[in-house]
Structures are given as structure tokens and as C-alpha cells.
Ligand binder design. Structure first.
Ligand SMILES: [Zn+2]
Length: 159
């Protein structure tokens, strides 16, 4: 079964019982989640989210960088969120390589690109929280809290 067949079949099952077509655009629980793209993490499940509840911003590492700030600014100023929850996780792939290694693997086109690997998940989450708190485009009232999710237990621990 191809990827297209798989996702189409899954969506047919989802849409067949769909009853949430009237949800408003602003997240009902007024917060945004920033987390890693890791396939083992399902933020809707481990944070108890339903459709319409929260923004979920994902990238490799769950980093708060310029692109994440762009999304958070829109999330807060246009769609009313008041808090961000940043969730890193144990055994993150971003701990497993250096810029030099990936640049070498990719060749000359990748020279000078920062893929933003990091050596310490909790420390990187702290930096992300500080990046949100210190950003001039987000007000002091916009909350930011960091956690590390343990891929072995499913638990989140505050950092
Ligand atoms: Zn990760």
C-alpha cells in the first residue's frame, strides 16, 4: 500500500464520523505548543488536546527560532493565545549529529548552513523559553514554560 493510499484510507475513516466542522479558528484553550517533529511524540495525546484546542508548532528539535517566533506572533496577536508550552524530549535526533557532519554528508550546497543541533535537551528548552520571554514582539504577559518529554515513560518534566 502506498503512502497516498494509506493516508487516503485513514482520512476516509476520520471524515466519515466527523462532527467538528463548526469549530472557531482561535484555539479554544488559548495556548500554543512548540515541540519536536519526532514520530514518537503525539502532543494531542500526551497533552490531552482535541481539535480546536491549541496551536501545535513542530520542527526538528522543537526549537524556538525565527520561524517559530513568526508562528507564535501570529498565534498570539491574531488568534488570541496567551501561553506557549515548549516540549523537548529525551533521545532527540538533534543530539546525534554536528553541523560539520551533516554538511559533509550533503556536500558543498550545505556549506555554512546551521542545522541547529544541540548537545543538551533541557538546556535547549530553557533557551527556547527565554527566546519567547525576551522577544519584543510578544508581550510580557505571554507565558512560556518548558518541559522535557521522556520517550520511555510518556511523562513530561518541567525544566
Ligand atoms: Zn527530537
Amino acid at each position: 500500500m502506498s503512502v497516498v493510499d494509506e493516508v487516503t484510507a485513514a482520512n476516509e475513516r476520520y471524515a466519515s464520523g466527523f462532527a467538528k466542522g463548526a469549530l472557531p479558528m482561535p484555539p479554544g484553550r488559548k495556548f500554543a505548543v512548540v515541540t519536536c517533529m519526532d514520530a514518537r511524540l503525539d502532543p494531542a495525546k500526551f497533552l490531552g488536546l482535541e481539535e480546536g484546542d491549541a496551536h501545535v508548532i513542530r520542527n526538528a528539535g522543537g526549537l524556538v527560532n525565527d520561524e517559530t517566533i513568526r508562528s507564535l506572533v501570529i498565534s498570539h496577536h491574531l488568534l488570541g493565545t496567551e501561553d506557549a508550552v515548549v516540549v523537548g524530549h529525551t533521545d532527540c535526533g538533534m543530539l546525534t549529529f554536528t553541523n560539520e557532519e551533516l554538511q559533509e554528508k550533503l556536500g558543498p550546497e550545505a556549506e555554512g548552513i546551521d542545522f541547529e543541533p544541540f548537545p543538551d535537551v533541557a538546556e535547549r528548552v530553557r533557551q527556547s523559553v527565554e527566546a519567547i520571554r525576551g522577544n519584543p514582539l510578544l508581550p510580557d504577559s505571554f507565558g512560556a514554560t518548558g518541559f522535557v518529554y521522556d520517550v520511555h515513560t510518556g511523562q513530561i518534566d518541567p525544566v
